[in-house]
Design a binder for this molecule. Structure first.
Ligand SMILES: Cc1cc2nc3c(=O)[nH]c(=O)nc-3n(C[C@H](O)[C@H](O)[C@H](O)COP(=O)(O)OP(=O)(O)OC[C@H]3O[C@@H](n4cnc5c(N)ncnc54)[C@H](O)[C@@H]3O)c2cc1C
Length: 263
């Protein structure tokens, strides 16, 4: 069985600050990490590999040359192969262009049974790319997967909803997006880290190599136009201090809540 896992390198937004004037993320000095949901996606692929014979896991990414380090980490966790699609022509890609480019890499790999993506990336947060890849490849998809069982070519998944869940079945080939509840990602092993850094384990490809038309990616292939970005305004509230003893303050508070019909 061939499993492909899409890995996005993202800035660690836990450390992020927003430029108050431009409303954009200040990226300078931010550490880059594997997108957290993608770790769950990779872990699930590796769990399947641990439990079944003949499973190959290939990690793929589209990004700048520095994204290679995310793939080194994927190899160190246990992926068998890794491919990085990188080229200046890809800069400015929106989600449609990103999914077009990743689909080209997947077609280039050719043989696949399962594709895993994370549910969403912590920087862009659209959750578009996984479903769009499935549409490009014309295969079924199950998003927000919290539990997964494989029976032959059949996949049975628990799919999270806001107020419950679905149990969904589908046949391979299939795309799944992983939620963080799916598993606990493993740490890279020391041996894996040494192996991951070995020279030629990551294949670097350009759009040309994977037969991706450059007019369908980058800014040219991106129909999205960002009109404005801004941090949500903080609503100023009227503040009133209650005076008197604690008992008097409690009485006044209760009276005000009754007047506002809150109690
Ligand atoms: C007009 C415009 C220009 C942009 N220009 C740039 C730019 O120059 N550089 C830039 O970095 N971003 C750019 N972006 C942001 C970029 O489009 C998104 O980060 C990207 O499309 C992924 O969307 P997302 O972050 O919402 O991922 P989601 O859809 O939330 O991601 C879901 C899953 O898809 C997979 N995935 C997503 N992206 C990748 C990837 N690159 N490689 C492998 N797997 C992936 C991962 O498994 C991820 O968990 C631009 C966006 C717009 C609208």
């Amino acid at each position: 069985m061939n499993i492909i896992v899409c890995i996005k390198q993202v800035p660690d937004t836990n450390e992020a600050k927003i430029d108050p004037v431009r409303g954009t993320l200040i990226r300078e000095g931010l550490p880059s990490i594997i997108n957290p949901d993608d770790r769950n996606a990779l872990e699930e692929a590796l769990r399947i590999k641990d439990e079944m014979e003949g499973v190959k896991v290939t990690a793929i990414s589209m990004g700048p040359p520095q994204a290679e380090i995310a793939l080194v980490e994927a190899l160190a966790m246990g992926a068998d192969e890794a491919i990085l699609l990188t080229d200046r022509a890809l800069a400015g890609s929106d989600t449609l262009a990103t999914s077009t480019a990743l689909s080209a890499v997947i077609r280039y790999i050719g043989d696949f049974d399962l594709i895993f993506c994370g549910r969403q990336a912590i920087d862009g947060e659209t959750a578009h790319v996984g479903p769009q890849i499935a549409e490009h490849l014309n295969i079924p998809q199950i998003t927000c997967v919290e539990e997964l069982k494989i029976e032959g070519r059949r996949v049975i998944a628990k799919r999270a909803l806001e107020d419950g869940y679905f149990i969904v079945e589908a046949e391979m080939p299939l795309l799944l997006t992983a939620a963080k509840e799916l598993n606990q990602p493993r740490y890279p092993s020391i041996k894996g880290i040494f192996e991951g850094f070995k020279g030629d384990r990551i294949k670097i490809v350009s759009p040309n190599d994977v037969n991706c038309d450059v007019t369908t990616v980058g800014l040219e292939g991106s129909p999205t136009r960002v009109v404005e970005t801004f941090p949500p305004p903080i609503k100023s509230r009227d503040l009133e201090m209650l005076e008197g003893s604690p008992a008097e303050q409690a009485r006044q508070l209760l009276q005000r809540l009754r007047e506002e019909k809150i109690v």
